[in-house]
Design a protein around this ligand. Structure first.
Ligand SMILES: Cc1cc2nc3c(=O)[nH]c(=O)nc-3n(C[C@H](O)[C@H](O)[C@H](O)COP(=O)(O)OP(=O)(O)OC[C@H]3O[C@@H](n4cnc5c(N)ncnc54)[C@H](O)[C@@H]3O)c2cc1C
Length: 454
């Protein structure tokens, strides 16, 4: 399904892993706990009303209604959620009746059924079942997908007996069933909102866009929505950015989502035509080319206007522009008094900080830029001077948060910086390059589009 690509310095995580949503839920909740934040289970959002200064939501807890005052509402309530409807957003697109399945998790033992493979038996045009091993529901756990155009799938989803009967009839080995964990009927919907916010309300994830699962883009798109919105909302809430920054959430994400719907629908049509749901994925589906080069808040003083590229981008190692994903680089030596240790650029970036990278051949070369940085809140902007491995007479006496030496040359290579050149990158909290500039003036121009009163 996925061509094997070796990890490299700029893309350290190249090997895809399949992970079920129940496990991902646990990982996300554990992460939230680190920030003293927890998900209140058994609580339903029934409605909300917006005012100038906030939002009043009506919640139902164990059937008892209560109101809750808040400043913002982010609807992450999935395709059937109410947030999108309450905000009056449209959800145009199509429902594909030709792509219907029953899916779920099941525990079963099949004689000789190898658990290192994802199996498919039968034909999706007539009847087929796919079985993907998943230890998340038990050592005999499988995720199943049944396609059977000749059967009423709504009825099938309600009958465990029929599901087992169909699986047993399609798998060419003796199957012993343990139990079905969950079942759901799935019908492909290809839809997206006209905008991602209205006033103090926003939508992220499937609440904003649904599409065919071919391509595996859904969950990742939802996380990217949340990340794009999260840092902007945090700055507005802290009083550091103007509310207008929030408009760039829709402006940046909608073209990406629209392209994602196009790509996944093309794969779906191909899969239906060839009867092969398990197509080989193009590396473009790793989503590493997704870019906001077109965004009004990015600043690039180096790029020459070329042919516009679409929001999913191209996998082109020779160009790196404002709006692109910031690449990683390993083996960077952090210079400190008395000791030094190796870092990666990803290890440096923080989701609540802008990181200003100053590529320069001497610490002194960064002085004007670091001086200009004094104007910005230290709690949301950090800086790093990156020296080439050839740098001599290195001093750690610098106002920068980090003084680094690019020992392996990976950072200079990934960020396309030539020897002797001074080049400044501003990396946004969401890991996107906000600016590629020559010096302090360009950096100030970028931050004037982000922060208030600077
Ligand atoms: C068959 C299939 C295969 C897929 N494969 C992939 C894949 O390989 N890779 C990938 O990236 N994506 C995949 N996806 C897509 C992925 O599952 C979704 O994009 C993702 O789950 C969306 O997450 P979400 O949090 O936005 O919405 P959901 O997962 O739908 O979560 C919404 C939550 O909100 C809750 N909720 C709803 N209404 C309310 C309310 N009023 N009050 C309180 N809570 C409410 C719901 O109970 C639910 O828990 C696949 C989807 C399908 C159907």
């Amino acid at each position: 399904m996925v061509p094997h690509i070796e990890p490299n310095p700029t893309i350290p995580f190249h090997v895809p892993k399949l992970i079920g949503q129940q496990l991902l839920d646990v990982i996300l909740r554990r992460h939230l706990e680190k920030f003293s934040c927890s998900v209140e289970m058994g609580t339903e959002l029934r409605s909300f009303e917006q005012f100038d200064k906030g939002v009043t939501a009506v919640l139902a807890k164990n059937g008892i209604l209560e109101t809750f005052d808040t400043k913002w509402v982010i609807g992450a309530d999935g395709a059937k959620g109410i947030a999108r409807k309450q905000l009056g957003l449209t959800f145009l697109g199509e429902t594909r009746d030709d792509v219907r399945m029953v899916m779920g998790d099941i525990r079963l033992h099949g004689v000789g059924l190898d658990r290192t493979y994802w199996h498919r038996f039968g034909s999706f045009k007539t009847r087929a079942v796919s079985l993907r091993p998943t230890d998340e529901v038990g050592e005999d756990g499988w995720q199943f997908v049944i396609a059977a155009p000749d059967i009423d799938l709504t009825k099938l989803a309600q009958s465990e007996e029929l599901i087992m009967e169909i699986i047993a009839s399609l798998v060419p080995t003796k199957v012993t069933f343990n139990k079905i964990i969950w079942v759901s009927e799935f019908r492909a919907n290809i839809r997206m909102v006209n905008k991602l916010s209205e006033g103090r309300g926003f939508v992220v994830g499937d609440a904003a866009h649904v599409h065919s699962p071919t391509g595996g883009q859904g969950l990742n798109s939802g996380i990217q929505d949340a990340f794009n919105l999260g840092w902007k909302l945090a700055l507005v809430e802290k009083g550091l950015a103007n509310k207008s920054l929030l408009e760039t959430y829709s402006a940046e994400r909608l073209p990406v989502i629209s392209e994602m719907l196009d790509k996944t629908t093309t794969i779906l049509n191909q899969a239906v035509k060839t009867e092969n749901m398990v197509t080989t994925r193009s590396p473009i589906l790793f989503m590493l080319g997704i870019n906001y080069r077109f965004s009004s808040i990015v600043v690039d003083e180096f790029s020459t206007p070329g042919k516009p590229i679409n929001a999913y981008g191209m996998l082109d190692d020779d160009r790196l522009e404002a709006g692109d994903r910031a690449p990683d680089a390993p083996n960077i030596l952090q210079m400190r008094r008395g000791e030094s240790d190796a870092k990666t650029l990803f290890g440096l970036y923080r989701p609540s900080y802008h990181t200003v990278l100053v590529f320069t051949s001497s610490v002194a070369g960064a002085t004007p830029i670091l001086g200009a940085l004094e104007a910005y809140a230290k709690s949301v902007v950090q800086s790093a001077v990156i020296l080439p491995s050839s740098a001599t007479g290195i001093t750690v006496a610098s106002p920068a948060d980090f003084v680094l030496v690019d020992q392996g040359g990976h950072a200079y290579s990934a960020y396309l910086v030539e020897a002797g050149q001074t080049k400044v990158f501003v990396i946004r909290p969401d890991g996107v390059i906000g600016a590629v500039v020559h010096g302090a003036e360009g950096m100030k121009k970028y931050f004037s589009g982000i922060f208030l009163g600077v």
